[in-house]
Design a protein around this ligand. Sequence first.
Ligand code: SAH
Length: 210
Amino acid sequence: MSTRPIQLRKHDLAVVLQKIGPHPRPKVDLEQYTTPADLAAEILFSACYLHDDIQSKRVLDLGTGTGRLAIGASLLGAAYVVGVDVDAASLKLASAARKSLRACVDFVLGDVEVIRGPVETVLMNPPFGTKKVHADLHFLDCALRSGNVVYSIHKSSTRRFLKGWLRNRGFHREQITATEIQIPHQHSFHRKPKQSVEIDVIRITRSFTT
Ligand code: SAH
């Protein structure tokens, strides 16, 4: 069942998404970094209004966490949204937010591995692969076999590698934005609790010529 899209400005959507809390007890090994609300709104607006990848589309959010991308997609008029995550505590918050924001999303507890499309659009802010080697590529594999279009966030330092990885598999990568986000430090010996990380938001489609 689709929700009726509400007319929101990007800033208003960010304000709404900000009300959805971050991961309640972030687990370092799962690389649980909640997408900043303004960045989530930017990705959703680009997907919705520049590329027509949200309204009336089936959308999958891999590693949905507390559901910002999934709920945002529903509020912008997706036909059907599924959010998947292995962390039950985060999904509990996501379900509460879905209810209070009257979004229409099915949240599924499980590994991204268990989900198969087909959907038109996959949204994700995957683990960067800092803790579990190639966790980002595992997410990409699952996303690319499930959807026609994938929006994903990656460390800019992997840009060159990812371009080749995608090209070799017959996919085209388009840069939506490049920015910096603050994430918790991965090592206890760091003095500051957060570090700034440069990230790319990309849109991936199948290439016509490989
Ligand atoms: N999409 C959310 C959270 C991004 S953080 C947001 O926009 O805020 C990455 C998420 O991936 C975390 O919630 C983590 O629990 C989840 N995750 C990590 N490995 C996973 C796996 N193998 N299967 C499903 N979810 C996973």
